[in-house]
Design a protein around this ligand. Structure first.
Ligand code: PLP
Length: 400
């Protein structure tokens, strides 16, 4: 028989969401009349707004006409790539530095092919699980121990360091995943912090994979929305981004990755050329329907809808944070992010999770599932219908 890729057996965090689902099922069995509300996952709940929906409809209709039909569009529609450059990057990137993807997560997984199994990895701790799990699957993460994977440097981001890592811990020649606004903590790095990040990457010969999937949630005009607002970031950073949490495209699937032409490996070859080659080898582009929707999303009317949708989830986030604050539970997030990161000192994340589930019938996510430094934290997600969010908040206030 064929043998299994041994890396698959090394996946550890894959148990987080199945375990949450299992505990939710158990709660439902014990309390069959309870209406369980989820503030647990980062999945969007609200409909795509009308102008962007019309873009999707047009994308589908075009495919049914001889004049509008299109087939493979490998790196993505030129119009979409140019629009992304002008809307998000002040036109500073050429279309061939922007690659359209079927979502940020998919590219986060695929990007590691550029660096192989020998690359050193660093992550913010806690972090979005795909950075670690993707590294496990390529073999770069090394062996699992009680404190994490041997091939991964965990950079703690806790209340003590204001959720920004101590960059002196960054080893040389490392692939550093960095997410701002952060999932799960909701923390947003300021300009000075991102300048120090770029400086450290340049000093150590490291490459940043900057995940900006929640950038459109930033409302504070002083906070950078992209790593490329920082001088010289195009010498040391790739940025992944997505229409999922902004236009409601979690099920439509559309994102992009910026790979600047100035990026080179230690050996001098171009990372951009390799990424174009890899994209053409193992990926055949995002759906043309999704891309037409993406073009509409970047029209002024579409951008207004993106703002409206993000505002809705930000209002949810504020409701959750205010409820937690009324209870005296320390938390961050919600101002520029759809996540709230709540601290329960000296308690185990899973115990707090179970307590909230069984007493309030509200599903959250245990912080320890995002990395060792997430212990004693709980992540609340603002993705939900307003009525559910309000009811969950009432239950938290009156039960905890
Ligand atoms: N990046 C972060 C930080 C996320 O939290 C998520 C989804 O939860 C993604 C990327 C996935 O984005 P996409 O739907 O574009 O794959």
């Amino acid at each position: 028989m064929i043998s299994r890729n041994p890396c698959i057996a090394h996946l550890k965090s894959g148990y987080l969401f199945p375990e949450i689902a299992k505990r939710r099922r158990e709660c439902a069995l014990q309390h069959p009349d309870a209406k369980i509300i989820s503030l647990g996952v980062g999945n969007t709940t609200e409909p795509v707004l009308p102008y962007i929906t019309q873009g999707l409809v047009e994308g589908a209709q075009k495919l049914g006409t001889a004049a509008g039909y299109s087939g493979y569009a490998d790196e993505g529609f030129l119009e979409l790539r140019e629009k992304i450059s002008s809307v998000f990057y002040k036109g500073r990137f050429h279309a061939d530095e922007i690659f359209i993807s079927d979502g940020a997560k998919c590219d986060i997984g695929r990007l590691q092919v550029l660096f192989g199994s020998g690359v050193r990895i660093a992550v913010q701790d806690p972090s979005y699980p795909v950075y670690v799990d993707g590294s496990v699957l390529t073999g770069a993460a090394g062996a699992w121990t009680e404190t994490g994977y041997t091939g991964i440097t965990y950079l703690p981001c806790t209340a003590e360091n204001n959720y920004f890592p101590d960059l002196s811990l960054l080893p040389r020649s490392t692939l550093l995943y960095f997410c701002s606004p952060n999932n799960p903590t909701g923390a947003v790095a300021d300009r000075h912090q991102l300048e120090s990040l770029v400086e450290s990457a340049l000093k150590t010969g490291s490459l940043i994979i900057f995940d900006a999937a929640y950038a459109e949630y930033i409302r504070d005009p002083l906070l950078p929305k992209t790593i490329f607002e920082i001088p010289d970031a195009d010498l040391c950073a790739i940025e992944v981004n997505s229409f999922s949490k902004t236009a409601g495209f979690t099920g439509v699937r559309l994102g992009w990755t910026v790979v600047p032409k100035k990026l080179h490996y230690e050996s001098g070859e171009s990372i951009n050329s390799d990424w174009a080659r890899i994209s053409g080898t193992i990926f055949n582009g995002a759906s043309n329907i999704a891309q037409t929707g993406g073009v509409a999303a970047l029209d002024p009317e579409g951008l207004a809808e993106i703002r409206q949708l993000c505002d809705f989830y930000l209002e949810n986030a504020a409701l959750i944070r205010n409820s937690l604050q009324q209870l005296g539970i320390p938390c961050i997030g919600a101002d520029n992010s759809p996540y709230i990161w709540a601290f329960f000192p000296e308690k185990d994340s899973w115990d707090v999770f179970t307590d909230i589930l069984n007493r309030c019938y509200v599903v959250t996510t245990p912080g320890s599932g995002f990395g060792p430094s997430g212990q004693s934290y709980i992540r609340f997600s603002a993705f939900g219908h307003r009525g559910d969010i309000k009811e969950a908040c009432e239950r938290l206030i009156h039960t905890l």
